[in-house]
Design a binder for this molecule. Sequence first.
Ligand code: HAM
Length: 424
Amino acid sequence: MVKNIQAIRGMNDYFPEETAFWQRVEWILKDVLTRYSYNEIRLPIVERTSLFQRAIGEITDVVEKEMYTFINRNGDSLTLRPEGTAGCVRAGIERGFLYNQEQRFWYLGPMFRYERPQKGRYRQFYQIGAEVFGQQGPDVDAELILLTARWWRTLGIQDYVTLELNSIGSLEARARYCKALIAFFCQNKEFLDKDCLRRMYINPMRIFDTKNPNIQALLNEAPVLTDYLDDDSQAHFSDLCELLNLAGISYKINPRLIRGLDYYNRTVFEWVTMYLGSQGTICGGGRYDSLVEQLGGFATPAVGFAMGLERLILLVKAVNPNFATIACVDVYLVVRGSSIKHEAFQLAEQLRDALPSLRLMTNYGNDSFKKQFRRANKHGARIVLVLGESEVSAGQLIMKDLVTGNQEMLAKSDITARLASILD
Ligand code: HAM
């Protein structure tokens, strides 16, 4: 027997019961983004590897361990995007969208990371993200957080998520902090593993990304970045906190929150939930005021976030399993006799023209009357229309309401109005 070909581990198929959920959730997310005047951008899934190396940082888990990288036929090194910010900045610089302008973008699409798959963590996952360019004040940081808070309220999960907030300061503040970190790690070298020892001098903050529980315990004793913050970043952070207080948004300041990508400065935040086990970060983001310049553009302040749709949908489903259901058929057209299949085909199209919101399914093939009715029920049809040779020659149709059980014979010319009155 021929062996089945299976999906790649960590890459999911989604069938209609799932996609019904996704569609409803996505519709709500996009609607809120539009209400805050964010516009969609669509960017390539594949970018040059060097883009992610430079933007995310060479010594990060994403770049070192998780990228899907391959050599193109022309010898270039390309990578399936592990996140959306780098591509967005690349496109903004390349198309001249960032210079001296304010931009508010959102995007939605698949991202790829070679991580160990588990609930809420996949190798292909979807992110919806927003990026704002050209605004340096904390008000836009606050707006992004308010936007996400509005998502939670609209989706009914506001009681299941909490906001963690921190400031990681300026590049200079971080350089001072890194010196202190290196000194601390030097004193505790014997507790570090090979990976951390390697990162110690090149990018000591990335030791915080370790999954090694012994080292995690040591990190609780490490110097805290907050103690090294510069005055401007401190002022920015307290303004942000004040705006959130004004808006009634609760948050927890987490001095240990630094995020796993190198491009951040000042504000960083994460929305977390306790209801998804270890993959509880639903959404994360922050400021990245140096990235545009670092990738070759003019200095442009920027801030954004991204949310994992799988995690969000897991949570929405856990809170409200009936949040979305698969769309049922309104009308099922039962066709009696193969000689009238062309008439049935035409009738279905005429009904779709006349009633644009009608969800109609036609039976194809020569199934028995009973089987066709069974199918109508399976698809949740409200109404069955029966078309046979005698009905065609009389210019009529049988209409059966599966909810009330009523059955009537209708002139073909009356069918549209009758359906409209029942389905309204
Ligand atoms: P990130 O924290 O790497 O940030 O990812 C954002 C979100 O994507 C996470 O909070 C999580 O919900 C989801 N996510 C990440 N990895 C996986 C995975 N393997 N499986 C399922 N979901 C996952 C970024 O990507 C930044 N680009 C966010 C940003 C935008 N910062 C500024 N602008």
